[in-house]
Design a binder for this molecule. Sequence first.
Ligand code: ADP
Ligand code: ZN
Length: 710
Amino acid sequence: MDLSAAKSALKKYFGYDTFRPMQAEIIERIYEGKDALVLMPTGGGKSICYQIPAITLPGTTVVVSPLISLMKDQVEALRATGARAAFLNSSLSEVEQRQVEDDFFNGELDLLYVSPEKLVSQNFIPLLKRAAVNLFAIDEAHCISAWGHDFRPEYTQMRFLKGEFKDVPVIALTATADKLTRKDIISQLKLREPETFIASFDRPNLSLEVRPGQKRREQIIRFIQKRPGEPGIVYCLSRRSTEELAEKLQDAGIDAAYYHAGMNADERTKVQEDFTNDNTLVICATVAFGMGIDKSNIRWVIHYNLPKNIESYYQEIGRAGRDGAKADTLLFYSYQDVMVLQDILKKNESDMLGLKIAKLDRMRQYAEAVGCRRRILLSYFSEDVAEDCGNCDVCKNPPKAFDGTVIAQKALSAIYRLQQSVGMTTVIDVLRGSGKREIMERGYHNIKTYGAGSDIPFLEWQHYLLQLLNYGYIEIAHDQHGEVKLTPASRRVLFENEKVQLVRFATIKERQKAEKARAKESAKPQRVRDELFEKLRKLRIQLARERGVPPYIIFNDATLEEMAATRPMTDEEMKNISGVGERKLHLYGSYFIDAIIEFVGPASSHGKASTYQVTFDLYQRGLSVEEIASKRQISISTIYSHLAILYEQGYEVALEEMVSPAEVDKVLKSLRYLQEPYKLKDIYDYLGEQVPYHRIRLALAYGKREEEKR
Ligand code: ADP
Ligand code: ZN
């Protein structure tokens, strides 16, 4: 087997033109009959690494996966591509199991998914021996290691594979494994001369943003309202807060539900299924939500609270944008969260507490970072990145440093005079000259720095103190009720006039303003979420409901985006869209082509995209509309419609020569009185049959482009 077979299967079954980094090497290695360990981030494309060998090699690939709830979806998704796949686990009846086993034995399966329990069960091994297995793929392979975080005892029994099936290659795959876990996987599975493939953990399609945790609910509502129709998850710390937030979102008219481990299994399944099928758009959940979801079109993830460590954070945001299309992540952060998490850790964990606190601290540093966040994340995973990413809030809005020496001196001096015996809040209260009873009672209003920073709002002070903490100018004694302490560095500021650079505090309003300004100036094509995309998305939901499958199994968001952007109108063009393989073209292609043609306009009912190009070429050569029509044997009105579409798409078409400003004005004004979607006939009637159809079409094109300019 060679790579060209792999490549054509990639196109035929999955509709993709090229392999992602490492996929081809891994597949080649399997073709050579060798073992491999694959480390790729969630959404990185691990499955293709064994699915392509499974489809192209004679025999069946046995995939071991611990997530029974996912198997059905995975198999369904594979079948939709035309691959022959089935699964065996405890959810099947005896009869169903027998059927699958027969198919397996008769060589009628490309892939067989099994649970680890099934694989190691006594009666399954003889069956494995009789069938023709070409590859064992061990998914979520970190479960084999007690070092990992999801240890599964059944996994350790799989060591027999290499002994019993000497010539069958084994590929172990995981998204999370530190060095120790990797070593463990290799030795436990007894992999022979395995090559380890570690893909980049970068997920450039995920934007990263951290905001101060003020007015979180309002911010979340605004965030969601800006993204109509886009599925997303809000992770909350407590069960109660998932319920409360979901209710608040519902009050704001948002289609939200909650999910946590305290619900019964049926309720949880229902919520999860509704989300998978795009019936519910927003889930407010504890971190219990996610392990079992394989939804590729999650467009955003919000963390209501700070996660415990960077591993969890990265895994949770990693659930967004698995289809490769743009997705946004937002983390709310306040110092309060850190304190709460520390308390939880101290209460619950006795072993490795130090390590856990240190990990939390790294998480806090990430949230407070004033450098590119992606670099921080990737460096945490030992990946060296030379450049800033351009897709995090820090890159997009670099913080401005200023001379904060005076501010630092005021704060440090207050801490000094308070004898390093109070927490952060009291320090700020004193600086701001608060009249709180406890301040008065303790006599803090007599301190010299009392009120010295009353010009700076509380939250801003908090922000500066955090920076002083990060730069080592102060410390927090966690073992002494969070009292703020001075350090050697603070003495240099207080007594040796050392200069301190601070980063300006951008209030939420300022941030939003800056964001708006940026959105205006950057004319870069953002996500293609236009009317056509919406139309295609609705079509996808309809087709999915009729067939009883999750929508993303039909096409994923990235594929719909590409359709919306390039508007394929023939089978040939449709085939070129990434994600459209042969079977899906056959099953769904015509529905989407029809929808696009209908959207693009009545004139091109059997249009080919390139037909516009031909018209445009002739037009550019100076031919009149009548001449183009006669040369092309197409009606004049069709040519006008081509020109209108070309104009809409930004081509240079002298519209003003074909329709007068007065007519444009009339047509556009008429829209105010008509219902969307506008039909040409309605406009024609409304204008008393005075403006011919083709000029209405041109006027609309003018209006559309003007609107886009705005
Ligand atoms: P993982 O198992 O690593 O989490 P998947 O195998 O589910 O990731 O792949 C994530 C997404 O990327 C899927 O939608 C998949 O179809 C897509 N994908 C995988 N390989 C390619 C490729 N070579 N080109 C385009 N898309 C790909
Ligand atoms: Zn960045």
